[in-house]
Design a protein around this ligand. Sequence first.
Ligand code: TYM
Length: 327
Amino acid sequence: MKRHFFSGIQPSGRLHIGNYLGAIKQWTGLQDEYEPIFGIVDYHAITAPYDPNEMPTRILDAAAAYLAAGVDPDKSILMVQSSVSEHTELAWIFNCQTSMGRLSRIPTFKEKVRQTPGEVGMGLFDYPVLMAADILLYKSHIVPVGEDQVPHLEFTREIARKFNATFGEIFPEPAEVLGTGAKVMGLDGENKMSKSLDNCIYLDDSFEDIGKKIGSAKTDPARKRRDDPGDPDVCNIYSYHKIFSTPEEIEHCAQGCRSAGIGCVECKKIVVAHIEETVGPLREKRTELLANPDTIRDILVAGSDRAQKIASETMAEVKSRMGLTFG
Ligand code: TYM
């Protein structure tokens, strides 16, 4: 029997190329060796204000993006987190193994507090505990994610260690799997690409949108005029070349930038063409899939059922170790 692992994305907006390169693209390469569980983590998405009317569409959109990218429902389990109540059940148990001090030191929480006006909700505070439950419920040994999730994986390993030491060995200590697109920078050139910062190339952007966005994206500020030499290592567009372009093109653009042999316009054109090579087929496939939303819904219902069976086995084991055997 193949081993499982869990990874997921929040349905909190349109998916972007950071989500694709950091997570989904890696997922597709692991479907032969494992039977992965790919979740749409809606309980995580409600930790920030959202419109309930939009949630069902966002879930379908995310599932369509997974499928368009090559997630195969015959090899992988596609599920919706809120359909499998074992996720929140295990999160409660992990809450009882977690100190508030440890959670308040997680860097992603500190960052969210800076970004969130007013009161910080319990859901946001507790977010990493639910994520640890997502991962450990399926006894994941690996978790393919982007770099921003590494502190959450560290925390997950700690929870596993603590649980195992207290109640006996059940959980593996999962390792993050980071690909070449583990940290895709945003169009602002200062932050990682992130829905909340609106600095994204989305997976459903048109070719024209991509051209416009890259056209106005920041480059090395030292290159004010065409003839000014620049430093590719401080240029955001060069970071995209390193992900999307061929080794020859990367070298051509780096040299051309340093010597002012090529201008930013030419350099950007190459990147736009490559991003379109990735995004174009995903966009088309996604549109095709969304024409039959019932097929996507069926895949999610069947996947959530299958996930629930695996999750309930782990929960039975956990409760038995903890003396919670009355029910
Ligand atoms: P989320 O929804 O913010 O992002 C989903 C995945 O996309 C990756 N990612 C990026 N990778 C590279 N460059 C970027 N700019 C970029 N932006 C996002 C993320 O690292 C992630 O892999 N907490 C998670 C969701 C989650 C989860 C889980 C993930 C909940 N439970 C269990 C793995 C396992 C999150 O907010 O991801």
